[in-house]
Write a new protein. Structure first.
Length: 138
């Protein structure tokens, strides 16, 4: 069973039902419900998603949204090893590096993001939700 790391932008697409991106991540959620894949999101993504979405949603609703998301995903931690690797990684975006090394540490097979350009040094596939779904149909 594939283990997918869900980047913050994709997590927000799901929680906020952002169009036109929502349909692809919703299909990925269906695959989780069918027990065909597992997903992982970092603790940092939960914090960042809360911060971004707090501008648009009441806190009780936002806590409910995050709680429902938490039920279907594993949460990866971030420690000094990932921070150290990120600091010396050569990634142009520090937050992306932290997310990436969290995914590697938690043995994810694929990194799902809409921000592929910042992951040129990746050792695992970095693809969009749309590309992941297309790969299943090959």
């Amino acid at each position: 069973m594939a283990k997918l790391f869900i980047d913050t932008n994709v997590m927000i697409d799901l929680l906020a039902e952002r169009q036109p991106f929502y349909k692809d991540i919703a299909q990925i959620i269906t695959l989780i419900e069918q027990e065909k894949i597992k997903i992982v999101a970092s603790s940092l993504s939960f914090v960042n998603a809360f911060y971004v979405l707090a501008r648009s949603y009441e806190k009780p609703l936002l806590f409910d949204m995050l709680t429902r998301f938490r039920i279907i995903c594993e949460v990866s931690s971030i420690d000094e090893i990932m921070i150290d690797k990120s600091l010396h990684s050569g990634f142009s975006d520090f937050e992306d590096a932290v997310q990436y090394y969290s995914a590697i540490h938690h043995k994810c097979d694929i990194f799902i993001t809409r921000n592929k350009k910042d992951f040129k040094k990746a050792e695992i596939p970095v693809i969009t939700p749309e590309e992941f779904l297309a790969s299943l149909n090959k």
